[in-house]
Design a protein around this ligand. Structure first.
Ligand SMILES: Cc1ncc(COP(=O)(O)O)c(C=O)c1O
Length: 373
């Protein structure tokens, strides 16, 4: 019975070309990687690796409990202070993933007295946060500041949180942060900006909120993941200290989850130090993005992801397979991971790619797209 139930669901996905499959990668593979999110190319940097290994020796293999019990180490607090200073925020609080950081902050601010206003392109973690928050939710058209203003003005709830991403994960376009912050401020609302694809990439690495001069404003709060440019795992909520105190007391994904692994804290801290010592690294991401976008004849992206529209999900998978066969790993976006139903190749630019690798990758990708289109 159970198998029949799931077999029907699997057949429905297969018929639409949307079945997902896991592909384990080898540790020593020599593929050119344009699929991972190691934007600054630091996941194998000897300084970052050594910091993580030292943390395991010093603190052990796990954090041992939730943050409020024994799961907060000196490393957690060092990482939080360093990230807050780098992003220009008063405080930061680390969660065990970016997904949980989003769930944690939105649910702690949500409830019947809070309207949640969500851009239609936000990441699944913010969508799920809205579902859990017990708030009324307004999903607004992408980057539509006028509609944000309208729903804020017409609300009955005393509080409101407007949610966006600084650089959107699928299209890699930017949110109008200055306009959104102004509208939120005028209507006694908070602006929550997910900088998953901004940290280490935009604003010279400091992120788009910092670059826009919005960092440190008490109605603009930020979430980040440590799993992309910071070459580690984990997530962070940044904002005023009162927000940090509130989350420590009221955020269930913080309170009831085992603390972030100390080795992950140490790796992220080391990656941040490398970035600070080498502030030109983000520029290499933008140069690689521009080259990939030009080769694929799509507009240049502000973020690290180049999204190449494809005729359909099957062509996307086939093109990705052709790239892999020719030594280049690329990602793919298919429904339901795309906001507009259009399947795409997902190319991520990394600061560590050599000019020869990039030239080779561009040729392979262009040939693969041509072969399936
Ligand atoms: C915009 C955005 N927010 C949040 C997340 C979740 O971060 P993590 O992978 O650390 O859970 C991601 C990761 O894919 C993301 O792209």
């Amino acid at each position: 019975m159970f198998e029949d139930w799931l077999a029907l669901k699997a057949a429905a996905l297969e018929a639409r070309g949307l079945t997902r499959r896991l592909n384990a990668r080898a540790a020593d593979g020599d593929l050119i990687d344009l699929a991972g999110n190691d934007y600054l190319g630091l996941a194998r940097d000897p300084r970052v690796v050594a910091a993580a290994a030292d943390a395991v020796r010093t603190w052990g293999t796990g954090s041992t409990a939730s943050r409020l019990v024994t799961g907060t180490t000196e490393l957690h607090e060092e990482l939080e202070s360093a990230l807050a200073a780098y992003a220009g925020q008063e405080s930061a609080l680390a969660f065990s993933s970016g997904y949980l950081a989003n769930l944690g902050v939105v649910t702690a601010l949500g409830g019947p007295g809070t309207l949640l206003v969500s851009d239609e392109h936000v990441h699944a973690s913010l969508v799920d946060a809205c579902r859990l928050a017990r708030s009324r939710v307004e999903v607004v058209p992408h980057n539509d500041v006028d509609t944000v203003e309208k729903v804020l003005a017409e609300r009955n709830e005393p509080h409101a949180v407007v949610m966006t991403e600084s650089v959107f994960s699928v299209l890699s376009d930017e949110a109008p942060l200055l306009e959104l912050a102004a509208v939120a401020g005028a209507h006694n609302a908070v602006l929550l900006v997910d900088e998953a694809h901004g940290l280490g990439v935009t604003g010279g690495g400091h992120g788009s909120v910092h670059a826009s001069g919005l960092a440190g404003l008490d109605h603009v709060i930020v979430t980040m993941t440590l799993s992309k440019a910071m070459a580690s795992q984990g997530g962070v909520v940044l904002g005023p200290s009162v927000l940090r105190d509130h989350l420590i007391n009221r955020s269930r994904p913080f309170i009831y989850d085992t603390g972030l692994n100390p080795a992950a804290c140490a790796a992220a801290l080391a990656a941040l130090q490398v970035l600070q010592a080498d502030p030109d690294r983000p520029a290499a991401i933008h140069a690689a993005t521009a080259q990939l976008a030009a080769a694929c004849e799509v507009p240049p992206a502000s973020g690290p992801v180049v999204s190449v529209p494809m005729p359909g999900p099957r062509e996307t998978v086939r093109a990705a397979e052709l790239c892999l066969r020719n030594g280049v790993r690329v990602g793919s976006f298919r429904p339901p991971s795309v906001p507009d139903g259009i399947s795409r190749l997902r190319l991520t630019a990394h600061a560590g790619l050599s000019a020869a690798d990039l030239d080779h990758a561009c040729g392979v990708i262009v040939d693969a797209i041509g072969a399936v289109s």
